[in-house]
Design a protein around this ligand. Sequence first.
Ligand SMILES: Cc1cc2nc3c(=O)[nH]c(=O)nc-3n(C[C@H](O)[C@H](O)[C@H](O)COP(=O)(O)O)c2cc1C
Length: 355
Amino acid sequence: MTRFLSVADYERLAEERLEPGPWAYLVGGAGDEWTLRENCAAFERWTFRPRVLCDVSEISTATSVLGTRIELPVVVAPVAYQQLYDPDGECATARAAASVGAGMAVSTFGTRTHEEIAAAAPGLLQWCQLYVFQDRGFTREHLAGAADAGCSAVVLTVDTPRLAQRERDLRVGFEIPPDLPLPYARGAVGATPGNPADQFALLDASVSWRDLEWIASEGRLPVVLKGIVTAEDAKLAIEHGAAAIVVSNHGGRQLDGVPATLDALPEVAEAVAGRVEVYLDGGIRRGTDVAKALALGAHAVLAGRAPVFGLAAAGEDGARHVLELLREELALTLCLLGCSSPKELTPAHVQRVSS
Ligand SMILES: Cc1cc2nc3c(=O)[nH]c(=O)nc-3n(C[C@H](O)[C@H](O)[C@H](O)COP(=O)(O)O)c2cc1C
């Protein structure tokens, strides 16, 4: 793997390896893809303010999320249909995450069960990402099954009452293969093939804050609310029982025109004021990106496309190396900033580039 020195190297190889459909689905965003580009561009608008002579002889990248230790402040974001990228799908990603001590959230549109994933990757910090179907029976079963399988949190994604128009998918005519196993969604969406929009049409667009209360009380697991970009919703999330918040715009795949998540993070972190943990996703490609997000108030980050570029390029080894790259780059960044652990990062370590 020595040829591969950065996430971008894996992205290039993934593009070579994948058919046009799965590639479009992986890299695409909504509408003009402005938000998609912004997620990455926002990291370039911040520079570092390193401190020196801080004794950085020992660096730890470890932290904890919802009380559980992880070796780097990175959780693999829920990414649907991972068997499109590797025959072992989520199990390969899970083994990679477990071996480096990262966490992983498993999509409702995953291709492996929580039990299979837990068995493949003992010790993994495993979360269950939840979409609420119109048929609440499926959602209840999904929630109960996740807790039984050892998931330690539910990630309720709230930015997807409808799937946005993703023109790249439409241009290449991307369709979900009809034989893709979807243990938590097939019951609801049936055996019909279709583009992702057809499958997501069965989600319940009437979901409201009351449902968050229902899921937080009925489910046995803490609820991480994913898809918050405003102070108003961050406050409501806490009032209605969220245990943590992910500042996320779905990787630029839902409402085109919302700000980069790094730009939304300070307002959310300020509104939350330390009452619950705040995570960020969107555009994480480097350890320096992780450090900037943490400095601006995130407790940890979720990474979606980056590990999946590794998975598509080189299977489990590729996903593992991507996570190792993020860990090593973060360790180096911490060291050169004068911090010996993630919790020492503060807003004083970054500065917005003046325009
Ligand atoms: C191919 C793909 C599939 C995704 N599927 C889901 C999903 O099933 N559930 C969900 O909550 N988010 C999903 N997301 C969004 C990610 O969880 C995450 O918010 C986003 O990828 C973060 O941006 P990044 O890819 O730049 O790291 C998906 C993202 C991608 C790229």
